[in-house]
Design a protein around this ligand. Sequence first.
Ligand SMILES: [Zn+2]
Length: 380
Amino acid sequence: MFDIPYEQAVKRIHEASGLPIAELQSRVDAKMQQLGGMVSRDGAIHIIANELGVQLAAPVAQSGGSMKIGDLSLSARGVVVTGKVVRKYDAKTFSKNGRDGRIASLLLGDDTGVTRLVFWNEQVDVWNDLKEGDVLVVRNPFVKESMMKDRLELQLNTQSTLVVNPEGVTVANRPISENPAVERAPRVQKYIKDLQGDEENVELVATVLQVYDPRFFDSCPQCNRKLLGGNQCPQHGEVAVPGLNFSMNALLDDGTGNVRTSFWKQQALRLTGKTEAEFQRYKDDPNAFESVKNDLLGEFIKVVGRVKRNETFDRIELTANLVFTDVDPIAELQNLDKKLAAEKRPDAASEQPASAKAPDSIDVAGEEVVSLDDLESLDE
Ligand SMILES: [Zn+2]
């Protein structure tokens, strides 16, 4: 499951943190005990590395290369991004420390996503001359997390260069069928402790600490909505033969914190590897689900989803839009950028193990028919 053997992981943490090896070993024992045997020794040392802020495997350094917008990450440095001006925003002036400044931005897009490109002060003169459809080659931008909506953005600084409409450079349009969740914001890998709420397309690699029983409800076979009394669909009226819909919750932990995560039908099927017919059986015989729960405990999974703050319970929650099982967390960190790129490029899809393959289309609509508030009421 892990690329890095346990002893080697201990050695790395010892070197990075200065903690004695014996101390690390007793922390592993304590962690395993604390988690009630839900993590392996390898899992525990990984969690401890997270807690100490030690990276067992440094992310692949991004330097000097061309990057697709959808593949940008906070660690990207010295990259070249080529895109088309999708939209120009207004320029603004501001005053700071008695000096006037200017700021302007635009939305830059390629066939993998869009990102905001920010211009400061005299760079705004360049921005003034740009129009939608212009091709920009941006060298060495500063990649940072945007204040707005938790996206990544590119900022031009003194080390950056910008070439407008270079000869022979074209930018492919984005396929229309692409997952809208990706379009809203580039996928960003995060630690649970950093989740704020109101974030889309967040990726976590975490351990399953607890699994709750699935909640079943009758749904409209046409729109998947939860049926009201008398088998009434809010949109389609009375339903003769209700469909089965369900959700399940799990507590995920990545060593920095834990987050309650909802898996609607399609993602619950992916998470458990079970069929709809099997879930029908769990509905009739809840005890049969116990072994599914046990199998999931301590598993490392990768989840891409939407983060919301549940005001009632004053906690952060995640709704899974995509689940990957059979995940190797060390390799995940190592190959994150590479993998994200492969998932988005159909020609590279065959290189992935079947278990980590993204579905061709993501049934987001079917997953979001019930709000988290509904889930709470189903839950208690
Ligand atoms: Zn309906």
